[in-house]
Design a protein around this ligand. Structure first.
Ligand code: FES
Ligand code: FE
Length: 444
């Protein structure tokens, strides 16, 4: 695989193969990633083709479409996608482009409609994507849409797991269940938190960052950076609670697991020191909140049984679903996706997920916690985003060190959350998919 890279920043030698961009030496405990993968246009083009066009991608949560004929529209994998709930309560996904001359048929981000009228010449589609009206119908033959080719074009695959809805542009992709592999039980720990199910609260947060998309993937379950990157948050906790979590100086906390197919989790069970607004009381929530939080914990243990309930209420987890879905279930629950706009730029979407029918007080604690930590103006996100930007600038500094090191914990039998196994799991899958031969039949 030579001469692949026609990048304006010609930093990858033309005889380099994709496999050469990662050094994975288990014996020496050495794992390195070549920095060109963060700045090269040729790499991004291949990622679009071999990763975003081939993998199941998170589209949204069923609660965002609460009734028949609700819809959500968002960019997924570089495409404008319209997700609808039909009259018969089926979920369907369409490319948001009119079959006449291509205009977007929907401009709103979400809502409820019995039909979508293209703003250009007025063709009308129902929530099943069927073309139901053409102004001036007499000018086209009777047989005009007999074969359905004038309906909205559907995204080849759509499936859901516990209300998490995914789509795929490759009709031949493996089933969603097989794709999610061992990440499924972790999605269930998240979904099981509400006795009556879970719901997205308060819409979508959208922001951008001048960094490569893979940097946010790495950062989202990086247990190593907390004490330095998030020093201001720890200071805030000290002021608020009178004490801040102490990181063990050897940084040997939590667990990390390879969940198959590039997915991974960094988790703690029972030892997370800074609170869970839904089921684990810390002084910062105030004495007033204590009785309710303890009641939620008791109810969850009763409902799910001691063992599972313990994991759900007292554990925390940063779950990474390949390639770009992150669920930070560590305080309030944050769902995030991020898509490349250019090698050095990402658009990020984030949502707060919460148990349905929780009390107003509990919802209030949760949303404060969501905003104050992982919100775009919270204590964590601006610090993280700044670090990603600084990495990206470092990579543009061609001629310096060309390799990132991700070897931490590689020689341990059981790596910790503060190690880098979760990143290695991602990169190994990245290399495997990027090295696959192209195949026909993928929607482009
Ligand atoms: Fe949609 Fe013409 S482009 S009706
Ligand atoms: Fe962080």
């Amino acid at each position: 695989m030579s001469n692949f890279f026609q990048s304006p920043i010609a930093t990858i030698p033309s005889d380099t193969t994709l496999a050469d961009l990662i050094v994975d030496n288990g014996e020496r405990g050495q794992f390195k990633v070549h920095r060109s993968v963060f700045r090269d246009d040729g790499i991004l083009a291949l990622e679009r083709d071999r990763i975003f066009d081939r993998c199941w991608l998170y589209m949204g949560h069923a609660s965002e479409l609460p009734a028949a004929q609700s819809f959500v529209r968002r960019m997924v994998g570089g495409r404008d996608v319209l997700l609808t709930r039909t009259k018969t309560n089926e979920f369907k996904a369409f490319f948001n482009s009119c079959s006449h001359r291509g205009a977007q048929v929907c401009r709103e981000a979400a809502g409820r409609k019995s039909a979508f009228q293209c703003p250009y010449h007025g063709w009308v589609y129902d929530s099943d994507g069927r073309l139901v009206n053409v102004p001036g119908r007499d000018a086209v033959p009777e047989s005009f849409n007999d074969d359905g080719s004038m309906n909205l074009k559907g995204v080849p695959r759509l499936d859901a797991f516990r209300d998490f809805i995914f789509i795929c542009f490759d009709s031949e992709v493996t089933s969603l269940s097989d794709y999610l592999a061992d990440a499924k039980p972790y999605l269930e720990y998240v979904a099981d938190q509400g006795a009556q199910g879970m719901e997205i609260v308060g819409g979508t947060q959208e922001y951008s960052s001048p960094a490569n998309w893979k940097l946010l993937q790495e950062n989202s379950a990086d247990g190593y950076h907390g004490a330095t990157t998030h020093a201001s948050y720890l200071d805030y906790l000290k002021t608020r609670d009178g004490a801040a979590p102490q990181f063990d100086p050897a940084l040997t906390f939590g667990n990390v697991r390879d969940l198959g197919n590039g997915h991974a989790v960094a988790e703690s069970v029972g030892n997370m020191p800074w609170g869970r607004p839904y089921a684990r009381w810390v002084p910062g929530f105030g004495e007033d909140a204590r009785a309710e939080i303890e009641q939620i914990e008791r109810e969850t243990l009763e409902r799910l049984g001691a063992e599972r309930g313990e994991v759900v209420t007292r554990g925390d987890r940063n779950l990474l679903i390949f390639p770009n879905l992150v669920i930070n279930d560590i305080m309030a629950i944050t769902i995030r996706t991020f898509y490349p706009i250019a090698p050095g730029r990402i658009d990020i979407n984030a949502w707060a997920l919460a148990p349905r029918a929780e009390s107003a007080a509990s919802r209030d604690r949760r949303l404060k916690n969501y905003l104050e930590f992982l919100g775009p103006a919270g204590f964590a996100t601006p610090d993280d985003v700044e670090m990603l930007e600084m990495c990206q600038r470092g990579y543009e500094n061609v001629g310096g060190n060309e390799w990132n090191d991700l070897s931490r914990g590689m020689l341990r039998d059981k790596p910790f959350k503060s190690d880098e196994l979760q990143m290695r799991v991602f990169w190994r899958r990245w290399r495997e998919l990027m090295s696959r031969t192209p195949r026909e039949g993928v929607a482009r």
